[in-house]
Write a protein that binds this ligand. Structure first.
Ligand code: FES
Length: 108
């Protein structure tokens, strides 16, 4: 059994050269909100959910992006409601949110 049931990585990478990056698309707010509601829902910790910051995950064209392991499900999100849905459906109930999944061809 893995140490965490779900391990979530949010790209928070900031680019100053005008290229697309997650930091310019609300990544920090999504990360902060996810951390908060995972904690409030009692999901955080060993055997539960861990939410971590990440650098560039090389899928910048879909910014902001996050990935959930061990399933390897990639998400793009717009606002806190999207994060709420990912937490409730995927992290709490094990059902990935299809409408927020990153298309497979999205790269840098
Ligand atoms: S800047 Fe976020 S995936 Fe590259």
């Amino acid at each position: 059994m893995s140490y965490y049931k779900h391990h979530v990585f949010f790209c928070l990478n900031q680019r100053d050269n005008g290229q697309a990056c997650c930091a310019q698309q609300g990544a920090q707010a999504g990360f902060d909100h996810c951390k908060q509601i995972v904690r409030e829902a009692g999901l955080a910790g060993v055997g539960g959910v861990r939410v971590n910051k990440a650098g560039c995950l090389d899928r910048c064209a879909g910014a902001p992006v996050a990935v959930v392991y061990p399933e390897g499900v990639w998400y793009t999100f717009v606002d806190q409601h999207d994060i709420d849905e990912i937490v409730e459906s995927h992290l709490k109930n094990g059902k990935p949110v299809e409408r927020l999944m990153l298309a497979p061809e999205v790269g840098r």
